[in-house]
Design a protein around this ligand. Structure first.
Ligand SMILES: NC(=O)c1ccc[n+]([C@@H]2O[C@H](COP(=O)([O-])OP(=O)(O)OC[C@H]3O[C@@H](n4cnc5c(N)ncnc54)[C@H](O)[C@@H]3O)[C@@H](O)[C@H]2O)c1
Length: 285
């Protein structure tokens, strides 16, 4: 159910709050501020990959606050344990490049959020081939196996939600990100096929396409580029990362999670096969 009422939730965190991704660990998420989207996912089981940090963590918090039983899948055991201790969900520690394990983790899920991802920045001629393979394995093959594991249960129940955390880089390219851009474009195509096959069974599949989000993945890129170009990190953000974004700020993880929550609602049943930018109009240019 989705209405424009407010529902308490733990996913919306101001930067620097105890739940901010740059904050030290050992935190307890504070009392939640209100949300714009009311979603009741009571009785639903949701698998979130890459749930220990960044966008995945925000999605896990958001879906848990909406009443879902959340499976927190990540390779980072300690961060998972911390979330599980807070009652956000059940920790499932695994390496998602273990494709059989990824498929098994998704069995019985009503909702899957394919989120785990990594980045490598390098010119094509220098790009390590084994790293290219790993990125496609983690960000295309693993989502395929997760969905493959979840669909039989979704079809049986006549209801399911697949949300793929793509990127502006699923719609646009940037130099030096060949594996990432290839993976996200691949994920986009896969998502649309699932949308077509799932439609008669009450299953939707959509992509969410953020610009730069304030997470560890981006903070690593900022630090690397500052070092490579010999410029301050603030300059990397304003002149490199946000050069093509008309809205000149990073996105917060909760802003992505809010869109994910909406896509998981019953009201979003006609949103299928879509790619929804959250990019401050970057992809409009
Ligand atoms: N941060 C951004 O600006 C941005 C923008 C658009 C899209 N995205 C996408 O959002 C997703 C999440 O990115 P983020 O910025 O939150 O990253 P992040 O680095 O903050 O978090 C990624 C999570 O995935 C987990 N992970 C990585 N490899 C794994 C593996 N092999 N097995 C299990 N878990 C693994 C990590 O432990 C981590 O918890 C990615 O798919 C990324 O491409 C991010």
């Amino acid at each position: 159910m989705t209405t424009h009422e407010f529902l308490p939730d733990t996913a919306r965190q101001a930067p620097g709050s105890p739940a901010d991704d740059s904050a030290p660990s050992g935190r307890v998420d504070p009392a939640p501020p209100p949300h714009t989207t009311r979603v009741d996912l009571t009785g639903r089981t949701a698998l979130v990959t890459g749930a220990a940090g960044g966008i995945g963590r925000a999605c896990a918090l958001r879906l848990s606050a909406a009443g879902a039983d959340v499976r927190l899948a990540d390779i980072d055991g300690p961060a998972l344990a911390e979330l599980a201790e807070q009652g956000v969900g059940e920790a499932v520690q695994l390496d998602l490049t273990d494709l059989d394990a990824a498929e098994a983790a998704a069995r019985g899920a009503d909702i899957v959020v394919n989120n785990a991802g990594v980045q490598t920045v390098s010119p094509v001629q220098d790009f390590p081939p084994e790293r290219f393979s790993l990125i496609l394995r983690l960000m295309v093959e693993s989502p395929f196996r997760v969905v493959r594991g979840a669909l039989p249960h979704m079809y049986e129940r006549g209801w399911g939600r697949v949300v793929n955390i793509s990127s502006v880089h699923g719609l646009r390219a940037s130099a030096y990100k060949s594996a990432y851009v290839a993976a996200k474009h691949g994920l986009e195509g896969f998502s649309k096929v699932v949308a077509l096959e799932g439609a008669p069974h009450g299953v939707t599949s959509n992509c969410v396409n953020p610009g730069y989000v304030r997470t560890a993945l981006v903070e690593r890129q900022i630090a690397d580029q500052a070092e490579a170009h010999g410029i301050p990190e603030e300059q990397v953000v304003s002149e490199v990362l946000l050069a093509r974004s008309p809205v000149k700020r990073l996105i917060e993880p909760y802003e992505v999670a809010e869109m994910v929550a909406y896509l998981c609602s019953d009201d979003a049943s006609f949103v299928n096969g879509a790619s929804l930018p959250i990019d401050g109009a970057w992809s409009s240019s």
